[in-house]
Write a protein that binds this ligand. Structure first.
Ligand code: ZN
Length: 135
């Protein structure tokens, strides 16, 4: 079987204070800040950092309804999701669904980096929130 998912695109980390997290990743750990944005419609502030070929997405919830705010209330700050690159997100979504993986959205949405993205439900992936992102 050909690879369904490509390489690990980024690791998503839920933080309660993006400025504090930016200091840790930027100044202490020496990652490079590559992108930063607010997504008010999803109640999110996001910053991307890179080191070597590893990318980290720091996510802070800005409203009580934000998925990240709710996640932190339940499970605390920390690793939130792993994102894998795919060539054709709609094809992979169909293959996953055919193999019994529950997807959170039936249609891909546009993610923080402007790529099509979707998430698998952690109940069908042994408790890990997995994202796929079309490159
Ligand atoms: Zn992500």
């Amino acid at each position: 079987m050909p690879d369904r998912l490509g390489k690990l695109g980024h690791i998503g980390i839920a933080v309660s204070d993006l400025e504090e997290a930016k200091k840790l990743y930027g100044e202490v750990l020496g990652f490079t800040l590559t992108k930063e944005m607010e997504m008010p419609e999803r109640g999110l502030k996001v910053a991307f950092f890179e080191t070597g070929n590893t990318k980290i997405e720091l996510l802070e919830g800005t409203t009580p309804e934000s998925n990240i705010t709710k996640y932190i209330e339940k499970r605390g700050t920390g690793i939130h999701h792993l994102s894998f690159e795919v060539d054709d997100i709609r094809r992979v979504m169909k293959e996953l669904a055919d193999d019994g993986v529950r997807l959170i959205d039936q249609e891909p949405r546009t993610g923080a980096e402007g790529h099509l993205t979707t998430f698998m439900h952690p109940k069908s992936t042994l408790g890990v929130l997995l994202e796929i992102e079309e490159e």
